[in-house]
Design a protein. Structure first.
Length: 361
């Protein structure tokens, strides 16, 4: 019988181990890169598309404006209406004291201190009355000097605030220059009053050095009339000359307002229009009567039409002028609403910058 040989050794099974497949990592850098690239391409095409189809210009909404001033120097007492308030004709805007009333009240108080000199003709001499009058003039000048010095301090404080604002282009440089001119004017007025006081003091010294005989020869009786103002100056009230909205207060309670200064600004909600400033090279793309689209800062749109051009080119307003560029002169146009609904909508955007867009084709 044939022997069959069997390999009785332990068999070893060899298995090939497969390496696990690694998951592909998300390449976020590439995704971000393509997103940014896509946005850049989108905005480039959008800008080019807009430039080809439209002409755009900056502008702002304007109303009929009324600047309130008083034809004399005053001290404001209290404001009764504030920015944003609607007023009707005859409403009380603020109360104030006239400078002339304050001056007369002070003269009356001075006269009360020397009543004996004025009333007793036998004991009152020409010299005493002249000295009294000169002293009174000196005191009045000192009051004016004090008030003007307070104004100078106020303007200097405002100038210090405006320096940084002008550097940051928050406020126009012209405002700071106007304050500086006011300071120079007030300083000259103070010097004039001080020189006048020196003259008065010299006259007083001369009168005091006169002999009794000379005084008797020139003795005269002065009759002075003083206005009766009660216990102080009269409080006056300024009434609204027309209906409108208070858009700006230039002064505060208890502040001095010169007759050359604006106190507040009112705007009537009628005759609303937009003044837009187009580049001169775009003149061929628009004309009077063209319909335009107005885009407000919140994205809201309205429709208007070009009503009139201005004959001369206008300097571009500071808020529309690009930094570090020479002054740009633009073509100014007035745009009026087409419908009453649009006019009502424009009222909410007084003095807000808008973009005016005209179709080229």
């Amino acid at each position: 019988m044939k022997n069959i040989y069997f390999n009785r050794k332990d068999s070893v099974l060899r298995n090939l181990e497969e390496k696990p497949k690694q998951k592909k990592k998300v390449n976020w850098d590439k995704i971000v890169y393509f997103l940014i690239l896509g946005l850049i391409i989108f905005f480039i095409f959008r800008y080019a598309f807009t430039r080809v189809l439209y002409v755009s210009a900056p502008g702002h909404v304007l109303f009929k404006s009324l600047v309130v001033r008083v034809p004399e120097d005053i001290t404001i007492d209290v404001f009764y209406k504030f920015e944003g308030d609607d007023v009707i004709k005859g409403d009380t805007l603020f109360s104030y004291y006239s400078y002339e009333d304050q001056k007369a009240a002070f003269e009356q108080s001075l006269s009360g201190d020397l009543t004996g000199i004025l009333d007793d003709k036998d004991n009152s001499t020409w010299k005493e009355k002249e000295v009294y009058q000169l002293n009174k003039n000196i005191q009045l000048n000192l009051i004016e000097i004090k008030e003007k010095q307070e104004l100078i301090n106020f303007y200097n404080t405002e100038i210090d605030k405006l320096v940084n604002e002008v550097i940051l282009e928050i406020s126009p440089k012209s405002k700071m220059d106007s304050y500086k001119k006011e300071v120079e004017k007030l300083e000259l007025e103070i010097l004039a009053l001080q020189d006048e006081n020196k003259v008065f003091q010299a006259l007083i010294a001369e009168l005091n050095s006169m002999s009794s005989a000379a005084i008797i020869e020139k003795d005269a009786t002065l009759t002075s009339n003083y206005s009766t103002l009660g216990n102080g100056p009269v409080l006056r009230y300024y009434l609204a000359p027309t209906a409108g909205t208070i858009t700006r207060l230039y002064k505060s309670d208890y502040e001095v307002a010169l007759k050359s200064e604006s106190i507040l600004n009112m705007h009537e909600k009628k005759d609303i229009y937009i003044k837009a400033f187009f580049n001169q090279e775009d003149l061929a793309y628009f004309k009077e009567g063209d319909e335009v689209t107005i885009i407000f800062p919140d994205g809201e749109k309205s429709t208007g039409h070009i009503k009139r051009f201005y004959f001369a080119t206008y300097r571009m307003p500071e808020e529309f002028q690009k930094k570090y560029e020479s002054t740009t002169r633009a073509i100014a146009v007035d745009i009026f609403p087409i419908e009453n609904e649009s006019e009502i909508k424009w009222k909410a955007f007084y003095k807000m910058n808008v973009t005016v867009r005209v179709n080229k084709w």
